[in-house]
Design a protein around this ligand. Structure first.
Ligand SMILES: Nc1ncnc2c1ncn2[C@@H]1O[C@H](COP(=O)(O)OP(=O)(O)OP(=O)(O)O)[C@@H](O)[C@H]1O
Ligand SMILES: [Mg+2]
Length: 162
């Protein structure tokens, strides 16, 4: 786990872009945090850095949208799912196996339905209106193996073995 402090939407955009530059086919990212924390803002910057040219909208009412970038990008929001079992209809394994990158807003609501490997990105509010703390939690071997590389990309010093 590592943390990045953001003090503006531009900071968050920078974090999202850096991460998108390192995105690989089959990456699953959960965006977690309260209303207005920055999940959609992050997603839009991530998409732009991935080469998505069309405007990305908040998927709150559409559940899932696919965009074309360097990799296919699937932007999901599961806030309005009535039952966890509806998450099966999202066909996550298929989206990931077919080489896409998947972002899920409120993804922590469907943890039991998720594949074994994902990166949880958790937004919390800080002191000032524009302050956010962004916590990166790797889940599964795929992300554990990439944690220190990601931290380096985001400029976070990772503690050594001692
Ligand atoms: N440091 C920051 N990082 C990200 N967004 C910020 C920051 N400071 C202020 N904001 C503002 O906070 C808002 C975040 O809204 P956004 O739609 O991204 O939230 P959300 O987490 O997707 O909420 P919801 O759960 O309602 O979809 C935007 O208006 C954005 O400009
Ligand atoms: Mg949102």
């Amino acid at each position: 786990m590592f943390l990045v402090a953001s003090s503006s939407p531009a900071d968050t955009a920078g974090v999202a872009s850096a991460l998108a530059d390192h995105a690989a086919p089959g990456d699953l990212l959960l965006l977690v945090g309260d209303l207005g924390a920055g999940k959609t803002a992050f997603s839009k910057s991530f998409g732009a850095a991935l080469g998505v040219e069309e405007p990305m909208t908040s998927p709150t009412f559409t559940l899932a949208r696919e965009y074309r970038g360097r990799l296919p990008l699937h932007h999901l929001d599961v806030y309005r799912l009535e039952q966890m079992s509806e998450a099966l209809d999202l066909d996550l394994p298929d989206l990931l196996d077919s080489g896409g990158v998947v972002l899920i807003e409120w993804g922590d609501m469907i943890v039991p339905m998720l594949p074994a490997d994902y990166l949880e990105i958790r937004f919390t509010f800080g002191e000032g209106d524009d302050d956010r703390l962004i916590e990166f939690v790797p889940v599964g071997a795929r992300w554990a193996a990439r944690e220190s590389a990601l931290a380096a990309v985001l400029g976070v010093p990772i503690e050594g073995g001692s």
